[in-house]
Design a protein around this ligand. Sequence first.
Ligand SMILES: NC(=O)N[C@H]1NC(=O)NC1=O
Length: 174
Amino acid sequence: MDINVVNALTYEDFVKLFGNVVEKCPLISAAIWSHRPFKDLADIEAHITEFIIRLPDSGKAGILRCHPDLAGRDLQSGTLTRESQEEQSRAGMTTLDSAEVLQMYRLNSEYKERFGFPFVICARLNKKADIVGQLSERLKNDRAAERERAIEEVKKICSLRLRNIVLSDIQTKL
Ligand SMILES: NC(=O)N[C@H]1NC(=O)NC1=O
């Protein structure tokens, strides 16, 4: 992907292309469009990260709340975003048996009850067993530490989604 092509995009096309690099948060790509021209993809990622870390705690929690549960209602009803569907599928979340779905439901519910936002982990970097293990483990964190931990996962998801966009033909996405 040629960065000059990206830098020439209108904000409408930029948001269309990068709008879901942070799940259901097109506001972030709409905001960082102002920083053009970008040097390269790493520069785009750095602006996204900067935007996120400058948010107040409520904004960070808001980003987390835009994420669907892993193996949750959206997956069951087929309403995940294309990116999330692919990530959850790769992590084995689409082929859980009914006992595993119930286990995920219980752990996700307990987590949301405790923290007020959903459990977020970069599904592409974790297998099913790691996800269940992390979910149980992170339930022990305090709220502030866990919010930051989850935001680190959002950054990883974002980084991989950005890379995916570079690898695919930019024109087919517009
Ligand atoms: N809840 C949660 O972690 N959701 C996600 N993780 C990921 O890699 N894609 C998602 O949608």
